[in-house]
Design a protein around this ligand. Sequence first.
Ligand code: SF4
Length: 329
Amino acid sequence: MSAQPLPVLASERPSAEAVFGPEVPSESDRAAGFRAEAPRKRSPGRRLPPWLKKPLPRGNEGFFTHQLLRELRLETVCENSRCPNLPECYSRRTATFMILGNVCTRPCGFCAVARGRPLPVEADEPERLAEAARRLGLNHVVITSVTRDDLPDGGAEQFYRCIVAVRRVTGATVEVLTPDFLGDWRAVARVLEAAPEVYNHNLETVPRLYPRVRGRADYRRSLQLLAFVKRQAPHIVTKSGLMLGLGETREELLEVLADLREHGCDCLTLGQYLAPSLRHLPVVRYLPPQEFAELGETARRLGFVHVASGPFVRSSYHAEEMVSRPHDR
Ligand code: SF4
């Protein structure tokens, strides 16, 4: 690899304000049910580029979503990962369900989800999740989980049960975003038995950065997982995503995209990495929207059926559009 990563500019770390909105919750924050948090220290140095500032949505639809999730005791990756799209998604009455608790067994450097001793598996979680999907009126349900390396099947059975429960209660399509199950293909096969319409497994970043970004993950194993899904169930849409701005080079990124195509990945998401806090990996670079657009075009030329590429794109952002418009070209 000839190209060098760009130097780390710690001063470019986004502030808590950038991730959560203003430090003092605005009226629409409160309407959306955000927790009022103690003021955080602002990150030093440069401010976020203008394209990463997003207006908060009007109205209180977000409050409905938030309350429903509390009532049904459900976790979302939207809240646990401190996703910058949360106000928008909750106000559209969409969310990405995070099953198997809110404590993860892996220490990934980019992720805001708590780590530590995981919680017991809840037998009624699938029914509660399906009920939330019904009451939110979701046409497309996205289910992810914390990584549960402590469970013999990595949580595959709970994925299976959640998909089946959603099918029983709604007519929605289902997308799963699973961990790598430590390469246990029987676990992946169990999820496939429930026939989700979309199987997503994120590579997150380029292989050189795995030790810092995805400590216990394995780049080749993740590619093999996607290839396994495509081999076992060619009709299921496979999908993966990367966060950009962690120090990857363009050459490294293009190699990853080629690898994904070689391993049968149909859909791709590319978004800007934003550090959830000063304790997380710093942002190395903010890619401008034009660069995301150009990378999206390049990915389409490589044969991805659908590509979403932009600063605010996350793997579940407007995920229903990849199902309703599976052919992007
Ligand atoms: S982009 Fe995904 S994770 Fe973020 S708020 Fe929307 S649904 Fe949740």
